[in-house]
Design a binder for this molecule. Structure first.
Ligand code: ADP
Length: 477
């Protein structure tokens, strides 16, 4: 178990650690590069600064010999306590660019080629140059007057010590990088371990949840973080699944139950009939009753099929903008014969120009189911009122009121549930299987409408359907 646990989060943890390590390494390298460049400029500035001080000191040590040659009193600097100055390389030019003197350390080498125009006159011309033997140097130049002669001094410091110092600076920083990455990686790995621990326990728990245990829930951490939100979202999903599964189970159980009753009644009718010889009249009666039962069974199976198709979204809806009055008339025409059998009157009252975007077949069936109930549950001779009117700007309301026993308050909340029948509905032989209103509710829902009982109704039941209205289609001509 713990092995599995490690494997599930291991990948993520490693990925996070590697990502973090790479980004951290990149940042460190950027940091080392920037620090090295800054350090190099600092060292260079330092070298030039020393060189400028040095050239000014050196100028004081120039003298012109009696024979007109220029010399440099190097002795002054040759003290062991001035090691850097001992590295100094010095070259002296006259105004025409002729070399007048070189210090002993420079010997026969020259600094950075011939004299440049205006060199050392306006500034120290700090630059990077090469000795004639190829060594890199920091060069500065300066003009100076020795007695009456104008000379140009070029001074050079070898760059190699500066580069060596820079190299050791960069290397010491780089040497720390792997250690820093390892330490940071280790901490990230440990931190992600504890941060992802709730995720592991969620995975662990989720693995044991099956359709039979949908009441299980994932652990929600104490902290209000993304993981807690994830666990809560999963729990909500589980709750919805649990409700759907429970509904499905109930539906299957109810459907089987409803199918069993007429089937066993069919069988017993047949068995009783076959027990002894009967007259043709009796056979005809029995077959008639059996056919009636088969008709009811067929109706039930059709309703079940429709609900199953609706649940799986298999019913292709075909919406059109239609006048509600016309659809009402069509629905009434279907059930009129049933009302006539009970000497009931159906009064239809529909406001003109009431348009809605509907699937004609489905809305007709919704209306048929409700008017059919009104006929079934109202006594003979009763009248059923169907009214359609506009309600505000955007809604159309269709109310179907009957003169039956009405629906008790306790039943009102469940009346649209599948297979739900009130005791009244059960006891009346006319009652169906409790699917008519469930189908009607689905039919109204697909129209983004609503269906409810009018609580103000004092006589019988009054069902009100509300549908969004549509603009009348443009008529041609
Ligand atoms: P059924 O096919 O049994 O009529 P419905 O889904 O259409 O199923 O209705 C569910 C139950 O609601 C019915 O069994 C009945 O008890 C009650 N009911 C529906 N319409 C009416 C009504 N107009 N008057 C009284 N009771 C009604």
């Amino acid at each position: 178990m713990s092995m599995g646990k490690r494997l599930e989060t291991g990948n993520l943890r490693w990925r996070l650690t590697v990502w973090y390590g790479s980004v951290f390494a990149l940042l460190l390298l950027v940091y080392v590069s920037v620090a090295s460049v800054l350090h190099y400029y600092q060292l260079k500035a330092h070298a030039f600064h020393d060189e400028i001080e040095d050239i000014e000191a050196a100028e004081g040590l120039l003298y012109e010999a009696a024979d007109g040659t220029v010399h440099f009193n190097e002795q002054y600097f040759n003290q062991p306590e001035m090691p850097f100055r001992l590295e100094r390389l010095l070259e002296i030019f006259d105004e025409d660019g002729q070399v007048l003197a070189r210090n002993a350390r420079l010997g026969t080498r020259s600094i950075d080629g011939p004299l440049l125009p205006d060199e050392g006159r306006k500034s120290y011309n700090e630059r990077f140059g090469w000795l004639s033997d190829g060594r890199r140097v920091f060069v500065i130049s300066h003009i100076h007057r020795v007695q009456k002669r104008v000379v140009i001094l070029r001074m050079a410091y070898e760059a190699e010590p500066v580069f060596a110092s820079l190299r050791s600076f960069v290397l010491s920083l780089l040497a720390l990088v792997p250690a820093a990455i390892l330490i940071a990686g280790f901490f990230v790995y440990r931190i992600t371990q504890s941060a992802l621990a709730p995720l592991s326990s969620m995975v662990h728990r989720a693995k044991v949840i099956t359709a039979a245990q949908l009441n299980e829930r994932l652990p929600v951490g104490d902290q209000e973080d993304e993981l807690a939100a994830t666990a809560r979202a999963f729990n909500d999903l589980l709750a919805r699944l649990e409700a759907s599964f429970a509904q499905l189970r109930r539906f299957t159980a109810d459907a089987s139950h409803e199918l069993r009753t007429p089937l066993s009644s069919l069988r017993s009718m047949g068995e009783v009939c076959l027990q002894k010889r009967r007259s043709a009249e009796e056979y005809r009666d029995t077959i008639g009753s059996m056919l009636e039962e088969v008709r009811r069974l067929t109706q039930l199976v059709e309703s079940l099929l429709q609900i199953a198709r609706a649940d799986s979204g298999q019913i292709a809806l075909q919406f059109e903008v239609a006048e509600l009055g016309a659809v009402l008339d069509e629905a009434v025409a279907v059930v009129e014969i049933l009302a006539e059998e009970k000497q009931q009157a159906i009064e239809v009252h529909c406001a003109a120009e009431l348009w809605a975007r509907i699937d004609r077949g489905i809305l007709r069936q919704v209306l048929v189911n409700i008017i059919d109930n009104a006929i079934k549950y109202s006594p003979a001779g009763a009248s059923i009122r169907v009214r359609a009117a506009a309600e505000g700007e955007r809604t159309a309301t269709i109310c179907i009121a009957d003169q039956g026993p009405g629906i008790a308050r306790a039943d009102q909340a469940r009346i649209f549930d599948r297979f739900y029948r009130t005791d009244e509905g059960r006891s009346t032989g006319a009652g169906g299987y409790g699917l008519g209103l469930a189908i009607a509710k689905w039919g109204v829902d697909v129209h983004q409408g609503s269906i409810e009982l009018d609580p103000a109704s004092t006589e019988g039941a009054c069902f009100c359907i509300r549908l969004p209205r549509a603009d009348a289609p443009q008529r041609e001509g």
